[in-house]
Design a protein around this ligand. Structure first.
Ligand code: HEM
Length: 285
């Protein structure tokens, strides 16, 4: 969390050459589109879940998933409520922490946002875990295990990122921070992947109460590939790459940016936008 931490969006590692510029700009585009997508998801969480709760209509959380708000289980409501707030903070802060320029020029800001990020990751994970233990997920055992593991990994990565930063082990800190970010991204990729699947395959393999084969795969799939990519990224970042590899990577990053923007637009135009508008109407302000 100081100047000497290796950078994720870093100018120095990609200096020189058109293919290098293409890679640099496509990486920036993906960070920007991811931030916009994450910020829209955060706005949806704050405006809809926060808006209806403040307006005294918490039972409307169940429009998103049945059983999210159960008046007979106040502990589950508190846990998932804390998890919503923490999740929104994570979505907004993650990309800022990755920008090399911010870390270099205002390291104090990086340190403070890092603390907020780590506490929020712990809260999001623990809140989700308490909800699973008290109420269980809508998808039953498989989803309980998939999401439970997701929460445990999030708490582990947040704790290790913090411990290594405090101990001055910046290379390890960077690796845990990248893993943590990859996990956080999973929260909205999960929704995006479902949305895309419904568009492309009409929801093939999805079942009532998340019991289809696609649902079973998704209970793990939304974060495991992210972690694999994060590991690849952590190990390969310092290696020299050829022009062809750089151009190929730039193409992939560009395609990922277009995908993120398109699905964010579809969600905003659909359920998220509708619920945000109704959440606003619910608030007493
Ligand atoms: C950036 C991090 C996260 C965000 C933004 C987030 C967001 C959300 C949102 C908005 C919902 C409500 C349902 C929906 O509208 O889709 C939800 C539900 C839930 N989340 Fe998260 N979440 C995050 C991380 C986690 C983690 C780490 C866990 C792991 C324990 C988790 C477990 C759950 C559970 C168990 C539910 C309720 C599912 C059910 O009712 O069956 N979330 N989350």
């Amino acid at each position: 969390m100081t100047n000497n931490i290796s950078l994720v969006v870093d100018d120095s590692s990609v200096a020189g050459g058109l293919h290098v510029a293409a890679l640099r700009w496509s990486a920036r585009l993906l960070v920007a589109t991811s931030w916009i997508g994450g910020a829209v998801f955060a706005a949806y969480i704050v405006v809809f879940f926060g808006g209806v709760a403040v307006g005294g209509a918490g039972e409307r959380w169940n429009e998103s998933l049945p059983g999210l708000y159960d008046a007979s289980a106040p502990m589950a409501i508190g846990a998932i409520g804390a998890h919503f707030v923490a999740g929104a903070v994570l979505l907004l802060l993650g990309p800022i922490q990755l920008i090399g320029g911010v870390r270099r020029s205002v390291p104090r800001l990086h340190r403070w946002l890092g603390r907020v990020y780590v506490v929020s990751a712990g809260l999001a994970g623990l809140g989700g875990l308490v909800f699973i233990l008290v109420k269980g997920t809508v998808g039953g055992r498989v989803m309980d295990v998939g999401f439970g593991l997701y929460g445990a990994l999030m708490v582990l990565c947040a704790s290790m990122a913090f411990v290594d930063a405090r101990a001055g082990r910046y290379e390890q800190h960077r690796a845990w921070a990248i893993r943590l970010f990859a996990l956080t991204v999973g929260s909205w990729l999960y929704r995006m992947e479902y949305g895309t699947w419904f568009l492309l395959a009409g929801g093939l393999g999805t079942g009532r109460g998340f019991t289809g084969w696609f649902d079973m795969v998704m209970a793990f799939f939304f974060y495991v590939p992210n972690l694999v990519i994060a590991e690849y990224f952590i190990r390969s970042r310092r290696k020299e790459r050829g022009a062809l590899v750089n151009l190929g990577s730039a193409g992939l990053l560009l395609a990922a940016s277009v995908f993120v923007m398109a699905v964010t637009w579809i969600f905003t135009n659909g359920a998220w936008g509708r619920r945000m508008a109704s959440g606003l109407l619910e608030t007493p302000f």
